[in-house]
Ligand binder design. Structure first.
Ligand code: 5GP
Length: 130
């Protein structure tokens, strides 16, 4: 069965898309630690980060960097934090999280955003992708 992220990539489940290329897809986390919390996933469905083949792993990091640079421009913050967990969704994803304090990276404190805020944030990140 396809992962929930494969369904998002295929457009079967809606998402606030930030960026996409042939191999990778970036979208806003639906339960964000901070405004702008973005997930970057390889289209190839693999469970664990270090099980990715080297080319896909390197491509994922490179694509994540591109998204992170845009995110840092779009959302005021001290820096972008990076985390890879995968205990909830067994399809590799990189969390890119705008950091204001340590609280933003502990996954216990969440922020709620309106549909309009999600849409505006995704648009603003997308516009800053280079
Ligand atoms: P992890 O697998 O790294 O522990 O966490 C999975 C992450 O995916 C969580 O931060 C969760 O909020 C996010 N997530 C789970 N389901 C969905 C979904 O359907 N849409 C979006 N945009 N994010 C999701």
């Amino acid at each position: 069965m396809s992962s929930i992220f494969t369904k998002i990539i295929n457009g079967e489940i809606p998402s606030y898309k930030v960026a996409e290329d042939e191999n990778f897809f970036a979208f806003l986390d639906i339960n964000p630690n901070a405004k702008g919390h973005t997930l970057v996933v390889p289209k190839k469905e693999v469970n664990k980060l270090f099980d990715l083949d080297e080319a896909t792993y390197n491509g994922l990091m490179s694509f994540s960097r591109k998204v992170a640079l845009a995110l840092e421009k779009a959302v005021p913050c001290k820096r972008i934090g990076v985390s890879v967990i995968g205990l909830e969704v067994p399809h590799v994803h990189v969390h890119l999280i705008p950091l204001h304090s340590m609280q933003n990276i502990d996954f216990k404190h969440k922020v709620s955003l309106t549909k309009e805020e999600f849409e505006e944030t995704a648009k603003s990140i997308a516009e800053n992708i280079q």
